[in-house]
Write a protein that binds this ligand. Structure first.
Ligand code: URA
Length: 186
């Protein structure tokens, strides 16, 4: 699958019927943020608020992600956020292997066309979709297919285990040079 532009890709995603999730989802949830991001965050799947609005990370987890982005000191044109799959799974369950596989070409094309310098995988499902489960260590930056890739906690995991907020804040503070380096690029 090749798309000439991000716009064309996003139109194709909007009309996708490849897996049964499109039947229960209100709409596709595709991207929030820049169309030319230096840093790309990848979450899990749309939840109830995202399904209702079509905007990724617009609920409680989104507020937490906003805090992370603010704490990193990123301007609005430097980042974007997408999900591993574009339709809300019923009852917000974790996407299964088949769903991840069906949606993976869209994930790959989004990454190719957005072309970020740094990819931040938010939690285990993003890791599973991108490299395979258990392949990355939290907070360790690796180079994969020419991109720097970093795994951090999913914002919802921070909400449920508050002690992780301090860990993640400390990590972000200690790695200021990384955020500055990648966000200066464009
Ligand atoms: N959690 C996610 O992983 N993605 C969203 O868009 C919202 C919550």
């Amino acid at each position: 699958m090749k798309y000439a532009s991000l716009e064309e890709l996003e139109q194709q995603i909007s009309s996708c019927t490849r897996c049964p999730l499109h039947k229960t989802a209100t709409q596709k949830v595709i991207r929030k943020g820049s169309n030319n991001p230096a840093i790309l965050f990848i979450g899990e799947a749309p939840g109830k608020n995202e399904d209702a609005t079509g905007v990724p990370f617009c609920g409680r987890a989104g507020k937490m992600l906003d805090n992370i982005i603010e704490y990193m000191g990123l301007d609005d044109d430097k980042w974007a956020v997408i999900n591993t799959i574009k339709c809300r799974p019923p009852n917000n369950r974790t996407p299964n292997k088949k769903e991840l596989k069906e949606c993976r070409p869209f994930l790959e094309m989004q990454i190719e066309l957005l072309d970020p310098k740094l990819i931040v995988l938010l939690g285990n499902t993003a890791e599973a979709a991108f490299v395979g489960r258990g392949k990355l260590e939290w907070g360790k930056c690796r180079e994969i297919s020419g991109k720097k890739v970093l795994k951090l906690y999913h914002p919802a995991a921070l909400m449920y285990t508050r002690s992780r907020i301090a860990d993640q804040h400390q990590f972000i503070a200690e790695n200021r040079k990384l955020w500055e380096k990648y966000s200066k690029r464009r």
